[in-house]
Design a protein around this ligand. Sequence first.
Ligand code: GDP
Ligand code: IMO
Ligand code: MG
Length: 425
Amino acid sequence: MRSMLVPGKATCILGAQFGDEGKGKFVDLLAQDADLVCRVQGGNNAGHTIWVSGRKVVTHLLPSGVLHPQCEVAIGAGVVVDPLVLRDEILRLKEQGFDLAPERVHIDFRATAILPAHKAQDLKREFERSQSGTAIGTTGRGIGPAYASRAHRDAPRLGECISPGYLEHFAQSGHPLAEGLTPETLAETMEACQFLRPYLKDVAMLVHNRLNDGARVMIEGAQGGLLDVAYGTYPYVTSSNLVAGSCPGGIGMPPTKVANIIGVTKAYATRVGHGPFPGELTGALEEGIRERGHEFGSTTGRSRRIGWLDLVALRYMACVNGYQSLALMKSDVLSGLTDIGLVTAYKDKRTGELMNGWPMTAVAWENIEPVIEFAQGWQQVVDSKNNLDPVCEQFVQRIENWIGVPVSYVSTGAERLEGVWRNVR
Ligand code: GDP
Ligand code: IMO
Ligand code: MG
C-alpha cells in the first residue's frame, strides 16, 4: 500500500457517493506512510470518524492525517473555515494527546472565513426553502453562504481577519456580513483568529517545497462526488467542486503533481439531507443497515438515508474523476444478508424506458426509477486469517467489472486495521 503514495507526488482520496463513505478511515490508514495530508475544499460540513484500538477520533476541518505524528497537515485556500470551530478542534485534539504545534499544522492565509452572518443566512435560506418544500437539508454551518460571498468577493479571509483592527472595523462598516458580529461574537471571533495566527502560512508554497523535497502528499476529499456543485444532483448538493480536477487548485498545487486518484465508496449507499437517491431503501432493511452501520451523521447526528450501491452513479463518477482504484468500505455491514441489491440502470418512470445518459436536470432526477439486480450475500466478510469471503470477493469483482476500475481495498470494520488489500503491493 506504500506504493500508492509516490514521493514528490500527491494521492487524492475522494468520496464517490454522497459523502460519509469512510474517507477518514481510509486516509488515516494510508497516512501512516504520508508526509503531508491536505484538505482542499468544503468546511466543517465534513465529519470524519476514525477508530484506533477502541478510541474514537472525529475531525471536521483538520485532515485525518493528524493522528500520525510524522505527518504534517494543511488546510488550503479552497476551504471555508469557521475560526471558532477550527480553534476548538485544535484544542480538542490537543487534549486527546495529538501534536498540534504550528510547525505541523498549516492553514492558508487565503482560506475564506465563515462568519456568524453566514450561518444565520444558511439557516434562514433553509427555512425559506422548507416553506416551499425545497429544503436541501444543509448542515447549517454556513458553507453555501461563505462560498457565495467569496464569489461575490465580499468575505474576509483568515489573513485579513488577523490584521490588527480589521475585524473591529469590519463590524462597524455596515457591510451586510457584519450583521451578527455583536460585541460578544466579535470578541470571540477575534480571539479565535488570534489563536490561529501562528498556523497561517502560504500553504501553496509550503506544499510546493514539500513536493520538491520528495514528500508523499495526500489530498483528503470532503463530501462526495454526487454532492459536487456542478456534477452532483444539483440543487441538492454542497457549494464546492469536489471532482478530482478541482482538488489540486484548492491547495495551490499543479495538477501535474497528482499521481493517483482513489475513489471511496461504501458497499451500499447513504445520503444525509434531501435530494434524489436511486436505490433508496425503506422499512426493516433500511433500519437494519442503519443500525448495523451506525449510519448517523458525524457532524449533525442526523439519520442517514440508506440505499443499495448505485453502479450507474459510481461509473459516472469514475469517468468524471478518473479513479485509478477504489476503496470499498463497510462490507461487514452487509454480512448476513441473503441478497444484496445493485442499481445497474436508470429508467424513466413516466415511460418505463431505460435512460442512456446521466440525468442532467432536476426534473430528470425526479423521474428516475432504478433497475436493481441482486448479488448473493455472505455470512462473514473475512475468515480467521483475514481472507475475504469468496462470495464477497465475487461481489467485489462484479463491481470492478461494472466500473472498469480495480478495487484496491475492502474495509471490513471501523477499526484502522480491519480491511483487506487487493491488487496492491
Ligand atoms: P467520511 O465522512 O467519509 O470520513 O465518513 P464518516 O466518518 O462520516 O462515516 C463513516 C463511518 O463508518 C464512520 O463512523 C467510520 O468509523 C465507519 N467505518 C468506516 N469504514 C468502516 C467499515 O469498513 N466498517 C464499519 N462497520 N464501519 C466503518
Ligand atoms: P463528509 O466529508 C455527508 C450534505 C448535507 C446536505 C448538502 C449541503 O463527512 O463526507 P452543506 O452544509 O454542505 O451546504 O449541505 O450536503 N453534506 C454532507 N453529507 N457528508 C458530508 O461530508 C457532507 N457535507 C455536506 O447533508 O445534504
Ligand atoms: Mg462524514
